[in-house]
Design a protein around this ligand. Structure first.
Ligand code: NAG
Ligand code: NAG
Length: 496
């Protein structure tokens, strides 16, 4: 009931709005023509008015087909020929697209998208981006075969959705193409804003990729299933805030343990830009699940079982030595791990690493700074695989600071951490505690705390003598039976 009331109130306020605007317009016509509005503003007001009226009419005259709604005389004089009264839903079958996927639908889909992009607009979003007012290109639940990429023919558009069907590449689709391609340029800083691709299955037919987004803002890819790509499922270059949500990507349609897994290739998602998010996404086959070479991207609820590390696969590859600012949380690395090149500001937590999956820090210039790998679960098969490993083939990590690898729980794998504790008991004048089995970085201890407790009530002088090679060496002036407890840290603290 409340909903109904609210709707009625809305309707009334629309009618009131309509009335007050008509008054203004009559005044404008009888005296100075539209002088009280500055050009752009007036146009914008008219367009707002038109769409409001259109939606009002549609509500009232639902039984009439859209084409029968003709503008009333006063609105016919509106100085904006591009504005029509028809709803902005572009049904691809009315352009001749074949929903059975038997014949080539490229031209029909292209025409529908072009009409949507050239359709009526409601002012502007970002500078240079025309607001299409929420236009839809509706795939009407069909499966359409296309022979070339649906590359948007114009840029500088926003507030548009393509949804509800399947696109499949033909057998002669260009292998460097993408089924949906937002790469046209407009000369403005951004090409597109708020383009939504939703409820789509994209089948690249082992020819090329799924979606390409370039220099765009606030792109939403939601509930898509992208399969059979050979290059990249979703490629994001430049721009920011592409949000990839609730989607499934795989080169091969499989559910794990695929006999051909060794040969999986391609990258499911490649983010070559900043400030994007991947949320609740499953990647079930590809050589690399997610490749990231931009900054400040966030991954949450990502499940990668794209290609096992043992077969040469990588779940998440952070290929941006230096400032990455990537956060990976609440994710599931399933037989495939994470590789990070010289990470600076990286956070990995609350994630599950299954099947001996591990994190590899790869040295490029020898820098690791501001890295937290904490509160994760690691589970393996007792093969002695370490949960975090270093690749120092390009040279050792020389600059290690603010790195915390701790508090992970580990079953069937070997723990590695930047904080280690140890103890030793003995009757003598020196005690050595080797922390190499735990500490990740070789020969790096920045801080040590130790306690010496004698068991014979003696009170010797003792001191920390040496901690090189991750071995803590404590010496006393006399031989005593004692236990020594040590805690060492490879560089998490802000020391002065
Ligand atoms: C420790 O060693 C000394 C000789 O080095 C010996 O006299 C002493 O009994 C030992 N104490 C214990 C508790 O074993
Ligand atoms: C510390 O121990 C290493 C061998 O473990 C040795 O080479 C080095 O000289 C020692 N340093 C000192 C100050 O005793």
């Amino acid at each position: 009931m409340e909903v109904k009331m609210a709707r009625r109130t809305l309707l009334w306020s629309m009618i009131m709005g309509l009335a007050s605007f008509i008054t203004i317009q009559v005044y404008g016509e009888s005296s100075s023509p539209a002088a009280q509005f500055s050009g752009g503003h007036y146009r914008e007001q008219m367009q707002k008015m038109q769409s409001m009226k259109a939606s009002f009419l549609r509500r009232d005259l639902v039984s009439l087909p859209p084409s029968s709604i003709s503008p009333s005389p006063s609105f016919a004089q509106a100085p904006s020929p591009s504005v029509t009264q028809s709803p902005r839903v572009y049904h691809v079958t009315s352009y001749g697209a074949d929903p059975t996927g038997q014949t080539d639908s490229t031209e029909a889909l292209f025409d529908a998208i072009t009409d949507a992009l050239e359709g009526p607009s409601d002012g502007w979003l970002m500078e240079g981006i025309v607001n299409l007012g929420g236009a839809h290109v509706d795939l009407e639940g069909g499966n359409y075969m296309i022979t070339r990429p649906l590359r948007f023919p114009v840029a500088g558009r926003g507030n548009l959705m393509i949804h509800g069907g399947t696109l499949k590449a033909s057998n002669n689709f260009p292998t460097d193409g993408y089924l949906i391609d937002l790469s046209a340029t407009s000369g403005s800083e951004y090409n597109y804003e708020y383009v939504t691709l939703r409820d789509l299955m994209l089948d690249s037919n082992y020819r090329g990729g799924g979606i390409q987004v370039m220099n765009s803002l606030r792109t939403s890819i939601d509930n898509c299933y992208i399969a059979h790509f050979t290059t990249t499922g979703i490629l994001v270059q430049g721009g920011h805030e592409t949000y990839i949500r609730n989607s499934f990507l795989g080169q091969h349609i499989t559910a794990g343990r695929d006999p051909g897994e060794r040969k999986f290739s391609g990258t499911a998602i490649n983010l070559m830009g900043n400030d994007n998010a991947i949320t609740d996404v499953v990647i079930f086959s590809a050589a690399i699940g997610i490749m990231i070479s931009g900054q400040a991207n966030t991954l949450s609820g990502v499940h990668c079982y794209n290609k096992a590390a043992g077969f040469g696969g990588t779940g998440i590859y952070l290929k941006l030595p230096g400032l990455t600012q990537t956060r990976i949380v609440n994710s599931y690395l399933d037989y495939t791990g994470i590789v990070a090149e010289d990470p600076v500001e990286l956070h990995i937590s609350s994630s599950l690493f299954l099947g001996d999956a591990y994190i590899l820090l790869k040295s490029i210039n020898g820098v690791v700074n501001g890295v937290n790998i904490v509160d994760n679960m690691f589970s393996g098969s007792d093969k002695g695989v370490e949960i975090v490993q270093l690749d120092q083939r390009n040279g050792p990590f020389k600059m290690v600071d603010q790195v915390v690898i701790d508090r992970n729980n580990v079953k069937g794998m070997n723990v590695k951490a930047t904080v280690a504790r140890g103890s030793v008991q003995g009757n003598g004048s020196s005690w050595t505690i080797d922390l190499n089995p735990i500490l990740l970085f070789p020969d790096l201890i920045k801080h040590v705390l130790y306690t010496l407790i004698t068991s014979d009530r003696s009170f010797p002088n003792h001191a920390l003598r040496n901690m090189s090679d991750n071995r803590v060496f404590i010496e006393a002036n006399v031989a005593v039976p004692a236990s020594v407890f040590v805690m060492a840290d490879q560089g998490s603290s802000y020391s002065t």
